[in-house]
Structure formats: C-alpha cells, structure tokens
Design a protein around this ligand. Structure first.
Ligand code: NCD
Ligand code: ZN
Length: 346
C-alpha cells in the first residue's frame, strides 16, 4: 500500500504552551489536524472557564491566517475547583473536558489534585453533565517505581473513580502498558484511551541508547517492548476505545539537554506521518482512519470532520531542529527518515 486517503484527523491530547512559544508550535498542529484537545498545564494553569476562553483567544490569534484549526479547551482541576466552572464548561461551545493531574506527576502539576477524594463533588457534577474527565494516570510519591506508576494509578485511584462514578466519561491519557490496554477494554464504552505516536514507536531502551537520550524522555516514560507491542495492537484493533492523542509537549533544547531535563516529546511537526509509520509496522491500516479520525469524535460526541487528507509513501527527513520562541527545539525523529508524507490536506 502506497497511498492512504482518510478523513482529516484530530489530536485528542496536545500541549500548545503560551506566547512566545505558542506562535512557534501552533502552526504544526494546525497544518496536520482539524481540532485538538488543548492541555491546561500552563504556568499559571488554566483553572476556570474564564482562563480557558482567554487562552483560546490567544491560540486563535497565534494561528497562521489561512487555518481553520479549532482548539478544544480543557480545565485544570485542583483541590479547590469550583462546581460552577464545571457547569459552565458543560454548557460552553469551547470547553470540552477537565483534566486531572495527580499533584507532582508531571510538568506544571504542582497546583493540581493532592487526593482524588478532594474532587469527588466535582466528579459528581462532571458525571451529571457528562463532561469528560481526562486523566494523567500516574501515581506519585517517592516510593513508587517510575515504571510502575501507571499500574499503581489504576489500582489506587482510577478504579475507585470508575466504581464510584460509573457513568462518567473518562479518557485514560497517553497509556503506556499492556495492563492499561486491558483495563480500558474491560471498562466498556464510558472509558477510552489516547495513545501517542512515540509510545507506538519506541520502547524504554530508546532513552538509553549509547548514552542518555533526553529527547526520548517523556511522562509517562516509555516501557518495555512487550508493552509497545500491546499498544500497537490496541491502536490498530477494531476497538473504538482507542484514539490518537499526540501528547506533543515542546520544551526548548536547553531545557531538555540539562542536568534536570524536562519531560516531553515534540511530535506535532509530523504526527500523522509518525502514526502512519507505526501502523505500517503493525502491517495493518484497516483501522487507521478509525483510530485517527472517527473514535475520538464519537467518544466526545462531536461531528466527524468533513475534509480528507492524503498520505503517500515517500521518504523524507525530519528537520534537526525547529524554532521555539527565541530558542530551538529538537523534534521527535530529528534528522531521521520517515516513510510516509501527508501530501494533500484541505
Ligand atoms: C507534558 C508537558 O511537558 O507538559 N510532558 C510529558 O512528558 N508528556 C506533560 C504531560 O502530559 O505529562
Ligand atoms: Zn500531556
């Protein structure tokens, strides 16, 4: 197979940052995707509807003028989130979910939720209004091995929320393990998961290949090869519970190549091509369009996009660096060849 035509995809998990970095990255997502669920972990975080609507305006004004891209906004939950904001978000045409970061789990999560019990009234309201809960599923704390954090989160928090709020739509974000795949499948239609292109393409060895590779460090960290294979199987399966969410998370080259380097992989430059590369490895494109363009809108109860894109099998090289404000960043697969290219996009 050398040519693929699919409905234009959406990115169901994206970090766009804020000015001056926003202006550098938003064009990459807008060039590839029709819509994206925009993460709220700015500093300070996007906690209220007012914050989200103001951030949306900043995104729209940073967009190149000829783009139709729609940012789908989210709220950052804290121990003190306000139920009024949940109610208003559920009625808003621009806000589509609220995000649970366990405090301290990842970039700019210090102000987030210290104990899920603190947000039970919020979850109750979200269940009532059917506002999806997006979960960074990693247990925190020094005692938890970094490779076990996702599984521990299922046991200590996610399963309790599932049982206590059975009708709450939950997206288990950027899953990285076979156990997470199995857990999602077992929960049925009120749970879905996003899968990133990098977790489909690398395992944890990529972080330690002839030296430490900071550009392969993200959270949750990549796991062993058997988990990558389980993710690839889930993404390319006919289950409608899995869909694309890049978790493209730009940090400057300096912030990554540091004694305490930031977590995050920048994939937005070539996200669709990276997913195509992964499905090609699986040797099965039959569910590619569903994973990229149908399952996400169905879960979020949004219409499917009405334009199409074409991908052609043709080798090209990802740039070594890209501009990032006054700095630069190193994209995923920098300097490496990819086999697929988006050739037409309307
Ligand atoms: C994200 C970021 O930098 O904002 N980093 C990452 O490694 N994925 C935060 C997140 O989604 O965990
Ligand atoms: Zn993320």
């Amino acid at each position: 197979m050398n040519r693929l035509t699919i409905i234009k995809p959406d990115d169901w998990h994206l970090h766009l940052r804020d000015s001056p970095y926003l202006e550098s990255v938003v064009g990459d997502s807008a060039r590839q995707f029709a819509r994206a669920i925009v993460m709220p972990n700015l500093s300070p975080p996007v906690k209220t509807c007012k914050d989200a609507l103001a951030y949306r305006k900043r995104i729209l004004s940073a967009l190149p003028s000829d783009h139709q891209f729609q940012p789908l906004m989210t709220l950052y939950l804290t121990d003190n989130s306000d139920i009024e904001d949940i109610k208003n978000a559920s009625r808003s045409d621009y806000i589509f979910a609220a995000k649970l970061y366990p405090a301290g789990a990842t970039t700019n999560s210090d102000a987030a939720v210290t104990d899920i019990k603190h947000i039970y009234p919020i979850l109750d309201a979200m269940q009532e209004y059917q506002l999806p809960l997006l979960v960074h599923g990693e247990a925190t704390g020094d005692g938890v091995d970094i490779f076990d954090r996702e599984n521990r989160f299922i046991d200590t928090s996610l399963n309790a929320m599932r049982i206590d709020f059975p009708e709450l739509p939950i997206v288990f974000e950027h899953i990285t393990t076979r156990e997470a795949v199995d857990y999602v499948v077992a929960q049925g239609s009120k749970m879905a998961a996003t899968i990133t292109p990098h977790h489909l393409l690398i395992n944890r060895n990529a972080m330690f290949s002839n030296g430490f590779r900071p550009h392969h460090y993200c959270l949750p960290v990549a796991k062993r090869e058997s988990h990558r294979l389980a993710l690839l199987k889930a993404a390319s399966s006919d289950s409608n519970q899995f869909f694309a969410g890049t978790d493209s998370a730009p940090h400057s080259r300096q912030a990554k190549e540091s004694a305490c380097g930031c977590a995050g992989i920048y994939s937005a430059y070539c996200a669709i091509e990276l997913y195509a590369e992964a499905f090609d490895l699986a040797g099965d494109f039959s569910n590619f369009e569903a994973f990229m363009s149908l399952n996400g809108p169905a879960f979020y109860r949004l219409p499917v996009n009405n334009s199409k894109i074409v991908l052609q099998k043709s080798s090209w090289t990802v740039p070594e660096t890209l501009p990032f404000g006054q700095q630069s960043l190193v994209p995923f697969k920098a300097g490496q060849k990819l086999q697929w290219k988006v050739t037409s996009n309307d």
